[in-house]
Design a protein. Sequence first.
Length: 242
Amino acid sequence: MDKRVLITGSSSGIGKACALRLARGGYEVILHGRNAANLKLVADEIAKFNGIAPKILKFDVSDTASARQILQDDIGANGVYYGVILNAGITRDNTFAGLEESDWKSVIDTNLNSFYNVLNPILLPMIRAKKPARIIVMSSVSGIMGNRGQSNYAASKAGLIAAAKSLAIELASRKITVNCIAPGLIDTAMTDLGELKDEIIKQIPARRIGQSDEVAALAEFLLSQNAAYITRQVIGVNGGLC
C-alpha cells in the first residue's frame, strides 16, 4: 500500500499507537514531534517489523511558518499525503479563576491553531491529487461535555470539532473525508489521575480506562476504503462516558 500518512504528536501515547498500528497495516507513516529521543524509539520499533525507518518531521505545530515550510518541503520531495492524523496536543489544567494567560494561550496555540498550521499547507496538494484522502482530528470527550479545570483544553478540543465539521463539508465532494475521534480517559502519560483514579473510573460505564490502541484501531478504520462514506462525524472512544 503506497499511502503516506502524517501523524502529528507520534512520539508517545495515542499518536505512537497510531503510528505502530498503521505501519503494521502497510501504510507509509511519517512521524512528527519535538522529542527526538522518543521519536527515534518509535522509528526503531517500526523498522524492526518492516525493515524501513520511517521519515521524521520535527516542527512546532503552533509555529505557522515553520510548519508550512517543513510540510511543503516534504510534500515536494516525497509526494502528497493520503492521510493526516492531527494528534499533537498539550494540557495545562487549572480552574479558570487560577488559569494563567500563558496556559490559556499555549493550549489554544498547540491544540487548536495547529488545525490551520498543519492542514492548510497540505490541503491544496491533497485536492490537486484528485484521489481519495483522509483527515482525522483527535478531539476529546472534554470538547463535548467540558471538564472541571480544563476550560482551555475543552475550548481547544470543541473548536477542533467545529473546524473539522466545516472542512468536511468543503471536501466531501472531492472524496476527502474529515472526521473527529473523541477519546475519553485513555491510559497515556497525559492521564495522571492520582488519588482520584478510582472515583473517576466509577463514572465510566465500562468501569475502566481505555487503551491507546483502542483509539488507534478506530483511526485505522477511518483511513480505510470501508470508511469512504463516513465524514463530518465525531466518534467517541470513551467507555460510555458520554
